[in-house]
Design a binder for this molecule. Structure first.
Ligand code: DAT
Ligand code: MG
Length: 168
């Protein structure tokens, strides 16, 4: 009996862990340089699940809100100008530890410090043109997802590969 209850809790905890979500966005330079497909491929190939994706030219207001935590930094005006200089590809990805692992796939903020094999390590050079955004914590991911997507835009589906990505 206890064993059954524990195994039910274990299964629920595991399913909840696999449902973690992160906000990933290809920045205007990533779009202009034709890297959208390559970047999406990294997350797809890893085994993460795409939950939402769109293509939009974001307003300065939205971007100021998105980067509100950095508003006092000297590079903030340049950051908003860069981010609003062309269309972006905001996305939501889901999976086990996807926030932390997503950041590993991205590489360090400054591409000069990003390891080869990471997106920033392989595909860009300067911190002010680092081609991709990724949430830095589960809480900020929730905030960012709510800022860029409506609840209806988050698609509920089960990938055919799921039982091959995760243990039973
Ligand atoms: P990250 O994007 O890795 O989460 P962050 O949140 O500290 O990094 O900063 C947001 C973006 O701001 C970052 O992707 C690029 C830009 N940025 C950060 N530090 C910068 C700096 N010292 N000079 C110019 N741009 C910077
Ligand atoms: Mg950040």
């Amino acid at each position: 009996m206890i064993g059954t209850i524990l195994s039910i809790f274990y299964v629920i905890a595991r399913i909840m862990a696999n449902n973690e979500r992160t906000f990933i966005m290809v920045k205007p330079d990533g779009v202009q340089r034709g890297l959208v497909g390559k970047i999406i491929k990294r997350f797809e190939a890893k085994g993460f699940k795409l939950v939402a994706l769109k293509f939009q030219w974001a307003s300065e207001d939205l971007l100021k809100n998105h980067y509100a935590d950095l508003s006092a930094r000297p590079f903030f005006p340049g950051l908003v100008k860069y981010m609003s200089s062309g269309p972006v590809v905001p996305m939501v990805w889901e999976g086990l530890n996807v926030v932390k692992t997503g950041r590993v796939l991205l590489g360090e903020t400054n591409p000069a410090n990003s390891a080869p094999g990471t997106i920033r390590g392989d595909l860009c050079v300067q911190v002010g043109r680092n081609i991709i955004h990724g949430s830095d914590a589960v809480e900020s991911a929730k905030k960012e997802i709510a800022l860029w997507f409506t609840e209806k835009e988050l698609v509920n589906w089960k990938p055919a590969q799921e039982s091959w990505v995760y243990e039973d």
